[in-house]
Design a protein around this ligand. Structure first.
Ligand SMILES: [Cu+2]
Length: 177
């Protein structure tokens, strides 16, 4: 579990040096993703309201699909959800992409891929762990289930890939709504 972090660490340090100052969470933090390639397992820290972006209606400092978690098909996924927002409750579920986004919780696109208190939300600093197998291949969203939050931009993307050989996090274009 430690080797991937060590491999990514120099890049993180370099980006900090080049930028002069941390970009307040807009960058991807390599520490969010832990990979056990042998076991085909990943852990992703899903942090609601990490920054003040979009009135804290963000995951890991990204809104409206600005971050994509890419997962090889068939890998076991552990999403470690934490609500970092000091004000609002939040939750998370894996849903099928739709436009516009639903304003209420919907059935998850993958069995068991949703947090506790999906509609009410988990209070500040509450945590929950979601475990599921990433299949079938396709495009998904990780969206907050609290009414109105997803539709206001509190969602990122998850791609289950039949061709990727390792999990990655990539910045993706923000979708207007
Ligand atoms: Cu929310």
């Amino acid at each position: 579990m430690t080797a991937p972090r060590l491999r990514f660490a120099p890049a993180a340090l370099l980006s900090l040096c080049l930028a002069g100052a941390p970009l307040a969470g807009r960058d991807i933090d390599p520490a969010w993703l832990s990979v056990d390639a042998g076991a085909k397992t990943l852990r992703f820290q899903l942090i609601a309201g990490l920054t003040g972006l979009n009135g804290a209606l963000n995951f890991n400092g990204f809104r409206d699909g600005g971050l994509t978690l890419v997962i090889p098909e068939g890998w076991r996924v552990e999403l470690d959800f934490r609500n970092h927002d000091g004000m609002l409750p939040h939750s998370a579920e894996i849903i099928t992409p739709v436009t516009p986004l639903p304003v209420q919780p919907v059935a998850p696109a993958i069995a068991r891929a949703f947090t506790l208190r999906l509609e009410q939300g988990l209070v500040s600093e509450a945590t929950d762990t979601i475990r599921f197998v990433a299949q079938p291949a396709g495009e998904y969203l990780i969206s907050c289930g609290v009414p109105g939050h997803g539709a206001s931009g509190m969602w990122i993307r998850m791609r289950v890939s039949a061709t990727a050989t390792a999990p990655t996090m990539v910045e993706t274009p923000v979708q207007a709504h």
